[in-house]
Design a protein around this ligand. Sequence first.
Ligand SMILES: C[S@@+](CC[C@H](N)C(=O)[O-])C[C@H]1O[C@@H](n2cnc3c(N)ncnc32)[C@H](O)[C@@H]1O
Length: 395
Amino acid sequence: MSVADDHLAQAVEALDALGEFEHPWMREAFAGIPRHRFVSDTVWIPDAGGGYRALERSAEPERWAEAVYAPHAPLVVQVDDGRPARPGIGRQASSSISAPSAVLFMLRALDVRPGDRVLEIGAGTGWNAALLCERAGPDRVCTVEIDPALAARAREALEAAGRRVDVVCGDGELGHREHAPFERVIATVAVGRVPHAWIEQSAPGGVIVAPRIVPFHQGGLLRLVVADDGTASGGFDGGVMFMPTRGQRRSRFDPATLITDNAWEHSAEDTTALDVAALEDVHARFAISLRVPDVHHVLEPDRGAGRTLWLADAAGTSWAVVRHGTNGTGGARGEVNRFGPRDLAEEIHDALVAWEKAQQPRLWDFRATVTPHGTTYRIGGTDQPFAQDPGPSDR
Ligand SMILES: C[S@@+](CC[C@H](N)C(=O)[O-])C[C@H]1O[C@@H](n2cnc3c(N)ncnc32)[C@H](O)[C@@H]1O
């Protein structure tokens, strides 16, 4: 047995003990389709500066195998779209093999049945497509990958593993009309809006599983069931975090570059009732993100002098800086400097108040209905929309 085979056997045991294999087919597929045969010899490990450094299998076989089989951590297999500026040093992860526990969580949500036609968005290494093929059967899975080098590699790995999967190089946000309709669609990249192509290309009753990412919040797995009228509805689960599709990538929000001394001088000073500490609650952040998806935020830790919240809209028109402490008159209003046409502190405050008034629902209490004209979010059991995203679901 190789070092990697040892780690595979240990991972199966550990995941079994955690009850992660809901169905026997999942255990069989995990054990029978070695993850390490899909992972490249060079992988990328986070470094102290927020970037990545290369880890070579030939130099550190034990560490490599450990990283491949870590039950709860994804492993980066490509940085900077395959073109790192310096050899062995990467800035941004552009492909990863998802954590085994996240993969199993999503497979449970997807509930593939033998014979289902399955569309996967984001082939990456091809390993998840191999698992899907194990369940759905040969020639039932189509996986779309935007990066040509990764698509070619995934195709080779799947062939070597004897799995008949169609690997297509293209933009998965457009789906893959040629093989439609699909009974199951799974995105292993995150989206802010579910592209309507995925709904159009699904069979009635089909299931779509997709991680969500918007500037305000990352995390939450959306599971939709497709109706026969061109709409889909469902709810959210869990805190899975995935990289966004290439088309929905945004540069990291850095308040220091946006809010220069000059911009500060031109900002308006005011006070706000926004309670920044309330944003520590993940369910509050999720609810706010449904109403105000396009605002970046950074909440600084309290270093003894109160809290500071930085806000900026993704379009770059407006920002706000809220410093929260008591105002000396017994009230608890924060001080705010704001710039631009939008009052971001007020928008976040209004969304927070709406969440509080609704009895602080949790992420999994929200329901989504997606139509060609946008998405409506409701709290389970109520008719009144909590938030509406009027944007088109196609780019
Ligand atoms: C987290 S990885 C997927 C992991 C993969 N399922 C596996 O088993 O290894 C996300 C992948 O999505 C790809 N991707 C990003 N945007 C895409 C798009 N618009 N269409 C298709 N693939 C995309 C990335 O290149 C990356 O390889």
